[in-house]
Design a protein around this ligand. Structure first.
Ligand SMILES: [Fe+2]
Length: 374
């Protein structure tokens, strides 16, 4: 029987969830691997040998590959890993290549549903940790932080027989290209974003500001300004039960305030938001963030990524109650600020319109919107 050379992303993810991925062999260059590689909910043994070092020198590396485990070979687009999988199968290894490579992994989505009113669908772009929420009540839907691949949102609207009435972005995204304007234009509904973040936008939009509210079905969404991650960041409280915080509060981090290059000013805004503006939010409110630092590790047993306000108040970030120590923590823990983020911001302002290949390239890598865990 002919052996399978590739594993689909879906099958790979199922195995990853079941803890059945035994060994990954990543053939990308070291810097690409270091900046971004596949991580499961529990650690998976992974070997990185750049293909340029491996090809033609296979024999000298073979003892680093296990003969008693299934190996998944991985590369950027799925071609090199397939080539090496074929070669290594001939040498007796149990190996298959991840179909589509990291490109496909980057664009893999999963949707989960929270029961209640409204119905909330959480669409997670697993590798990047981007999270979009679709809220439906009485066949009316709103979308918060639309992902670029809007077909995942449209599937939910179709299945829920829901009419889209508004699209919101909690802030001007820097790590990924928003699907907000595409979605709003396609369905001819308003696209809401803060005028502070969208000041330079080339498109027309509806302004969302502190106190803006919108009713859909029997549910109500109310906006509160929560500047810091960006100066125009907003949060949405829904039915006094759910708080959509964008990137301001995440499950295991807070939104970094340096992506616009004004660390101290934006950190001050973030401090005011976290310690003063959110003061009235009850402990029991469920926070639904728009980003995860590591989506596969942050989901509950249903895969839902959320936390309560109480959990946030018990977090390390919230223990830094003095503004000066909070700002010092921010300044000490900053990650790189990739140049491509400036380009992504321009795309999200409608100032650049790259082709699909370029869009994909800009989005490579996990999101770096959160403070690193210290
Ligand atoms: Fe962000």
């Amino acid at each position: 029987m002919e052996r399978k050379l590739q594993i689909s992303i879906r099958d790979f993810k199922n195995k990853l969830d079941a803890g059945k991925i035994e060994f990954m062999f990543d053939l990308r260059n070291e810097d690409e691997f270091e900046s971004w590689h596949i991580e499961g909910s529990t650690p998976v043994e992974t070997l990185n040998i750049p293909q340029v070092d491996f090809v033609g020198e296979e024999e000298s590396h073979l003892d680093r590959l296990p003969r008693d485990k299934e190996i998944i070979s991985i590369c950027a687009h799925g071609d090199s890993s397939k080539y090496e999988a074929e070669l290594l199968q001939e040498k007796g290894f149990n190996i298959v290549s991840l179909e589509g490579g990291m490109d496909a992994w980057s664009e893999f989505y999963e949707t989960r549903k929270l029961e209640g009113i409204p119905e909330i669908y959480q669409i997670v772009r697993v590798a990047k940790g981007c999270i979009c929420h679709v809220l439906i009540d009485n066949n009316e839907a709103v979308v918060i932080d639309a992902v670029r691949h809007i077909n995942h949102i449209e599937d939910i609207l179709k299945k829920g027989n829901a009419k889209l009435i508004a699209v919101f972005d909690t802030h001007l995204q820097a790590d990924h290209i928003s699907g907000g304007t595409d979605l709003a234009n396609k369905y001819d509904v308003p696209y809401y974003i803060s005028p502070v973040d969208a000041e330079k936008a080339s498109y027309t939009y509806s302004a969302v500001t502190d106190g803006t509210s919108l009713t859909f079905g029997s549910s109500k969404l109310t906006c509160s300004a929560s500047p810091g991650h960006t100066p125009g960041s907003v949060s949405f409280l829904c039915n006094n039960r759910f708080l959509f915080t964008g990137d301001t509060i995440m499950k295991s981090s807070i939104g970094r305030p340096d992506l616009g290059g004004m660390v101290r000013d934006w950190a001050h805004l973030l401090y005011i938001t976290l310690f003063k503006r959110y003061d009235q939010i009850e402990d029991s409110i469920m926070i639904l963030p728009s980003h995860a630092m590591a989506a596969l590790q942050e989901g509950d047993n249903q895969g839902i990524i959320s936390l309560t306000m109480k959990e946030f108040r018990n977090s390390q970030a919230f223990s830094l109650k003095q503004e000066q120590e909070f700002i010092s923590f921010i300044e000490k823990s900053l990650l790189e600020n990739p140049e491509r983020y400036q380009e992504i911001r321009k795309v999200n302002l409608g100032l650049l319109d790259p082709d699909e290949d370029k869009r994909r390239e800009l989005e490579i890598g996990k999101n770096l919107c959160g403070m690193q865990k210290s």
